[in-house]
Ligand binder design. Structure first.
Ligand code: NAD
Length: 445
């Protein structure tokens, strides 16, 4: 049975990178220190619902690592949120921020709730209760939340307002990112995750990283999830000349090999709450979308979607992750064996945190950058990070034998190391940066 505990998945990804990280004194202690979360907060959040009953929600905020800067990471509202998931997501945020080289560590938060069954007023009370309970465990220079699954600019506005009521008289805008434009938000933040993903793929295609995919123009794209990440990806890829052949949401998917009319899809989603039912399209079960024939598959919904159960059936030339953790390590192995490259979340889903960093920077300086400036900086950040991943992978492949020998000497395990994937290379870049920063700062005291 495949172990789908998300914290264990994050650990297996880390362990695959470990043999390629330059050996150092006390390696094992350093590895454990880099991987272990620094702080886990678990809260009970009583909220009076509209019907007068009190419901006790569970809330979490995890600061994984802050060696390179304050914690940064989204808050999700979802029925399956638990401690293990939030720890794993915070860990990925540490690697993400290091890989795109922004001065943050990793954090994440979540409330176990079904936002679809909460009124707007209930969501506001729940958000305020959560932020009040976190108190000074978040702050502009300690831990800075952002949107994630089923939270949005409105949620961020409530977070800002609550924190600001508790800290009057100072510029509190940098306490949270993903805010509405009228409240210190950044141009380009709303679509930044999808836009960053597009910049990465556009660049990798341009440098011929995927010979089977020579151009995005005319490429057939399937997208799982039609929220912030998925819906924006559909629009951006379509504007770039790609053909969106399938999309899905929690209720199901739709498929048209001739290309979907996104205008009609948006109307359907607005009117019915789901993409399912657009005239002239074939209906798919939610997971069926992942095995549709396409050139580019974009999982943009949840973790653990591509597993050993379906990795053998993926029918794409490239998988590029918009969601956090959609592919398990064992599915990665199957896809690698089948020659299907996976562009990893810590690179391709990092556009959101990059523009969050831009928003934070603008808030600290009381500035507003133009859309063009945001896009130019985002594209540059994404390309540089993609280049670091590619160069590192090439260097690792070049010295695979030497790394295997060194690992055998260190651990006594002489099984040759597997060829590093893009994910492993991206982790190596990120973990190395955190390791260097840790060594440079020295371990307190
Ligand atoms: P969102 O709430 O805006 O949208 C989520 C979408 O996923 C919805 O369309 C929902 O219907 C769909 N969905 C839920 N369950 C599904 C299922 N079983 N099958 C198919 N679709 C399903 O959330 P989002 O912000 O777009 O986040 C999506 C993913 O992207 C998450 O993994 C999130 O962590 C990641 N992500 C988001 C951001 C961001 O800035 N919003 C940044 C980086 C990564």
């Amino acid at each position: 049975m495949e172990d789908l505990d998300f914290a264990h998945v994050a650990r297996r990804q880390f362990d695959r990178a470990a043999p390629f990280i330059h050996p150092l004194e006390g390696w094992k202690g350093m590895a454990e220190m880099l991987f272990a979360p620094e702080r886990i907060i678990r809260l009970t959040l009583p909220v009076v619902l509209d019907d007068g009953y009190i419901h006790n929600f569970e809330g979490y905020r995890v600061l994984h690592d802050n060696v390179r800067g304050p914690g940064k990471g989204g808050i999700r509202y979802y029925p399956e949120v638990d401690e293990s998931e939030v720890i794993a997501l915070a860990t990925l945020m540490t690697w993400k921020c290091a890989l795109v080289d922004i001065p943050f560590g990793g954090a994440k938060g979540g409330i176990r709730c079904d936002p679809k069954r909460l009124s707007k007023n209930e969501q506001r009370r729940l958000t305020r209760r959560f932020i009040a309970a976190l108190g000074d465990d978040i702050g502009p220079h300690t831990d800075i939340p952002a949107p994630d699954l089923y939270t949005n600019a409105q949620t961020m506005a409530w977070i800002y307002d609550t924190y600001s009521m508790m800290h009057p008289g100072t510029n509190n805008l940098p306490v949270v990112t993903g805010k509405p434009l009228d409240l210190g938000g950044s141009l380009g933040r709303d679509s930044a995750t999808a836009q960053g993903l597009y910049y990465v793929l556009e660049h990798l295609v341009a440098i011929n990283a995927f010979p089977d995919l020579p151009s995005l123009v005319g490429a057939e794209v399937a997208i799982q999830g039609y929220g912030n990440a998925g819906r924006n990806a559909a629009r951006i890829f379509s504007n770039g000349g790609a053909k969106i052949v399938a999309v899905s949401d929690s209720r199901g998917g739709i498929h048209d090999p001739n290309g979907l009319d996104l205008g009609l899809v948006d109307i359907q989603k607005e009117e019915t709450g789901s993409v399912v039912g657009v005239p002239g399209t074939k209906e798919l079960a939610p997971r069926e979308l992942l095995t549709v024939h396409c050139d580019v598959l974009i999982p943009a919904a949840l973790e653990n979607q591509i597993t050993t159960a379906n990795a053998g059936d993926i029918d794409a030339k490239v998988v590029i992750e918009a969601a956090n953790g959609p592919t398990t390590p064992e599915a990665d192995d199957i896809l690698a064996e089948r020659g299907i490259p996976v562009v990893p979340d810590i690179l391709s889903a990092s556009g959101g945190v990059v523009v969050s960093y831009f928003e934070w920077t603008q808030n600290l300086a009381n500035e507003q950058w133009s859309e063009a400036e945001v896009q130019e900086r985002l594209r540059a950040k994404m390309r540089t990070a993609a280049d670091s991943m590619m160069a590192t992978r090439a260097a690792l492949l070049d010295k695979l034998g030497a790394y295997s020998d060194a690992w055998a000497e260190r651990t006594g395990d002489d099984t040759p190391l597997p060829r590093p994937t893009l994910r492993t290379a991206a982790h190596v870049v990120a973990v190395q940066r955190c390791r260097r920063a840790t060594e440079q700062r020295g371990i307190w005291p």
